[in-house]
Ligand binder design. Structure first.
Ligand code: PMP
Length: 405
């Protein structure tokens, strides 16, 4: 973009008043050349940046947009609730409707609580597990992301060793490492935390093997520890009942956020009866946690996902994307590695240290109207059509041609 583009002007202004120009992972500095920092509008599966460029959105706001931006039924439910009240002295009746809907949707859930961000949910799961077991150690997969507070942040800036003193690490899908970590935790094992699948950034994704999921379940059953599923990223895209439902393995506690309210700020913890008493004792709250508008949006989102069978729809679109990318990459003589569930695709180039090819590929695809990510998993939504996927494939074709040269 031109030095006088709106995006560049906004970035220069932001640089002065916001450390680093923007906190966290949405800093466009981390993205390929030409990626915008600022967006003006979004509609369905399309994004319009501050300079008026339009893209087909393959990130879906990094997960939340599961039905498409400005979904009419979600917008209507949110607007109707907003007209009545949002941030009041307590929740609106819609809290109970939503809790009933979540408990009816998620088989392991006997109860649920709400918060705002995924980190609220993962952190509360850990706290509830410790309160319920009276123990301290939590097993976490090496390299897994569970949020942005000191116990789990990928950065060590400002983090003390004490913040992580009771974490013990295992390797995802590695049963021997799980048992070794459990051995180290001994009788102090409170919980085993697992992501829905291995979705570490910049690496091929891996679905959990049934044996691995069953081994965690068995370990938790033997020791009384809580199996915590971090379904923040994958929840409601793989299976409406929870991402391990297809494996037949049910967690004791699950953390949800992202897709639950199609972009409205909401997170949830669901749990089994056994942890209800602990969840009652843990002090969980936030000034905005009873906000009614996101809850009304969540009811509409979950109803729509049920009606459409959202996961199946997104899986079919994701397969079309995957097959098309495979074919086009091969046509250009390029080797790519596609991984993850089709509705959350990760596309990496073979032998691509520093993701150089990935960045060049995405920068070129962006110029052709597709907003992709070079090393993080992407997200399908129910708003994408086959024609949108085909448009993305054309943009990707330009990207492959660029990389092949
Ligand atoms: N867990 C997982 C698996 C996530 O992907 C994320 C967000 N990327 C979080 C937890 C934290 O969620 P939030 O950013 O909403 O706090």
């Amino acid at each position: 973009p031109h030095a006088s583009s709106s995006d560049q002007v906004l970035r220069a202004r932001a640089e002065r008043v916001i450390p680093g120009g923007l906190w966290g992972h949405l800093n466009a500095r981390l993205l390929p050349e030409g990626y915008p920092q600022f967006f003006e509008r979004a509609e369905s599966c399309r994004l319009i940046d501050a300079d008026g460029r339009q893209f087909i959105d393959m990130m879906c706001s990094w997960g939340p947009i599961v039905l498409g931006h400005h979904h009419p039924a979600v917008d209507a439910a949110a607007a109707a609730q907003a007209a009545r009240g949002d941030c009041m002295n307590g929740p609106a009746p819609v809290l109970v409707e939503l809790a009933e809907l979540v408990v009816a949707t998620v088989p392991h859930a006997d109860w649920c609580q709400f918060g705002k961000n995924g980190t609220d949910a993962t952190t509360n799961c850990v706290t509830i597990a410790r309160a319920g077991t009276g123990r301290r150690k939590v097993l976490v997969a090496r390299g897994a992301y569970h949020g942005a507070v000191p116990w789990c942040s990928p950065s060590v800036a400002g983090v003390t060793a004490e913040d992580r003193a009771h974490l013990v690490f295992y390797s995802y899908n590695d049963i021997a490492s799980l048992h070794a970590a459990a051995e180290m935790a001994g009788t102090d094992l409170a919980a085993v935390m697992a992501s829905a699948f291995r979705h570490d950034m910049g690496k091929p994704q891996a679905l959990p093997t049934p044996e691995f999921a069953q081994a965690i379940r068995a370990l938790c059953d033997q020791t009384g520890a809580a199996l915590i599923l971090d379904d923040v990223r994958a929840g409601f895209r793989i299976d409406l009942g929870g991402s391990w439902e297809p494996l037949g393995v049910r967690p004791d506690l699950s953390a949800w956020s992202k897709a639950i309210a199609n972009g409205h700020p909401l997170a949830a913890v669901t749990g089994r009866e056994r942890f209800r008493e602990a969840a009652t004792r843990v002090f969980a709250t936030g000034s905005f946690w009873c906000g009614a508008v996101p809850m009304a949006a969540a009811v509409a989102t979950l109803r729509e996902l049920h009606r459409l069978d959202g996961p199946a729809l997104m899986r079919a679109l994701g397969r079309r994307l995957r097959d098309g990318l495979e074919e086009r990459a091969a046509r250009h003589g390029l080797r790519i590695e596609q991984s993850g569930p089709p509705q959350m695709p990760t596309v990496l180039f073979a032998d691509d240290p520093g993701w150089k090819r990935g960045y060049a590929f995405c920068a070129e695809a962006l110029r052709h109207g597709a907003y992709l990510h070079p090393k993080h998993n992407m997200f399908l939504s129910c708003a994408h059509t086959e024609a949108d996927i085909d448009h993305v494939l054309e943009a990707a074709d330009a990207g492959f041609r660029h990389v092949a040269r």
